[in-house]
Write a protein that binds this ligand. Structure first.
Ligand SMILES: Nc1ncnc2c1ncn2[C@@H]1O[C@H](COP(=O)(O)OP(=O)(O)O)[C@@H](O)[C@H]1O
Ligand code: SF4
Ligand SMILES: [Mg+2]
Length: 335
């Protein structure tokens, strides 16, 4: 497996009128080429700002810690993302890394046709001529399930329906064949058939070009269908990570267990869903110790509200940050 991305100690704060908030707290993960990593967690857990950090796309009030290190491994050698400035960053954005946003309208300029934008992006990031770029763009529109792609190619973003706009954005992001594709809740607004089609397309592209994908969603069910590995985020921290198989079959963190219990079961659609009680606290009121302690039903003791749990191994391919795990390992001794 070829290493594509290393994120080390990503810590991100924002200056706000109410004070400085921590949105991402010491997050580390790696991704290999040809792998899909799922990033899952409720709204507000820091998924989007983590993803935007990889392209330095966060707002101007973002402050990264000095030890934040993000390395993209390209054919020509490693790229240190945090040290890139202006024009060098532009080369990475939309070229080596493409991002599909939650809100497709933000990705298109309103007064330029979809096709012209796709062709322009291809010409910036590849050596295709205009004729070839047009062919590739229409082919990609067709592959994401847009019928009559050559007509749509000439239209403007506002002329397409929401779902179609989403698919056009996915086509544009994939057309340059990025090394790393970041998909931020890309299927949330799509109906189930199109959702399956888009997920299949992404899997095909991983096989075809060996790209790495970070797939962000609040839905563990979608992760089970798409990803090889998963990181579960809560209030800016990764609380559990591992292979999808391990994490979904043997969730070790009470938060992951809660997310799974909240999923509808196909075998028993009459059973009421069990959402995790309580709300995710405001980042201005991050609980000390384990960030999940205000909602956890398995609190071990004072340690949960005083000491930040480190990672411990459930297996070689599965890690959890919870005092419960350390306690079980120590034979139940209170820590
Ligand atoms: N520019 C900003 N200024 C202040 N806070 C921000 C900014 N951008 C994001 N946040 C905060 O960072 C936290 C994480 O947000 P986000 O990554 O969008 O969550 P998710 O994608 O998991 O729903 C939220 O509390 C959000 O309000
Ligand atoms: S560390 Fe404590 S509060 Fe946090 S998830 Fe584990 S048991 Fe719950
Ligand atoms: Mg988000």
């Amino acid at each position: 497996m070829t290493r594509l991305l290393d994120v080390e100690n990503l810590t991100l704060q924002f200056d706000t009128d109410e004070g400085r908030i921590t949105a991402v707290d010491n997050v580390s993960f790696s991704l290999n080429a040809g792998e899909v990593m799922g990033l899952v967690g409720e709204s507000g857990s820091g998924k989007s700002v983590t993803a935007k950090s990889l392209m330095k796309l966060n707002a101007g009030n973002a402050i990264y810690s000095d030890d934040t290190k993000i390395t993209l491994h390209l054919d020509d050698g490693p790229v240190d993302i945090m040290s890139l400035k202006g024009k060098d960053m532009q080369v990475v954005r939309g070229g080596a890394i493409s991002m599909i946003f939650q809100e497709p309208m933000a990705s298109f300029a309103p007064a330029i046709s979809i096709g012209d934008q796709m062709v322009e992006q291809l010409q910036i990031h590849t050596d295709m001529n205009a004729k070839r770029a047009k062919e590739v763009s229409i082919e990609m529109l067709d592959r994401v399930g847009i019928s009559d792609a050559s007509t749509r190619f000439k239209q403007f973003a506002f002329e397409l329906s929401g779902g179609m706009r989403q698919r056009a954005m996915i086509a544009m992001a994939l057309s340059t064949k990025p090394k790393l594709l970041i998909a931020d809740e890309p299927t949330t607004a799509l109906d189930v058939t199109i959702q399956a089609q888009v997920i299949d397309l992404m899997k095909d592209l991983v096989d075809e070009f060996g790209m790495g994908i970070i797939f962000i969603t609040h839905d563990l069910g979608v992760i089970a269908q798409t990803a090889d590995n998963v990181a579960v985020m809560y209030l800016g921290r990764v609380v559990e990570h591992g292979t999808v198989r391990d994490v979904i079959r043997r969730p070790a963190h009470p938060y992951t267990q809660g997310l799974l219990a909240a999923l509808p079961s196909l075998d028993d659609l009459d059973t009421p869903l069990k959402p995790i009680p309580g709300d995710i606290p405001s980042p201005l009121e991050r609980p000390p110790g384990c960030v999940f302690n205000t909602r956890c039903s398995q609190v071990v003791g004072d340690v949960c509200s005083t000491v930040i749990p480190g990672f411990s191994g459930v297996s070689d391919s599965h890690q959890v940050a919870c005092h419960l795990a350390t306690q079980n390992k120590n034979g139940g001794a209170a820590s």
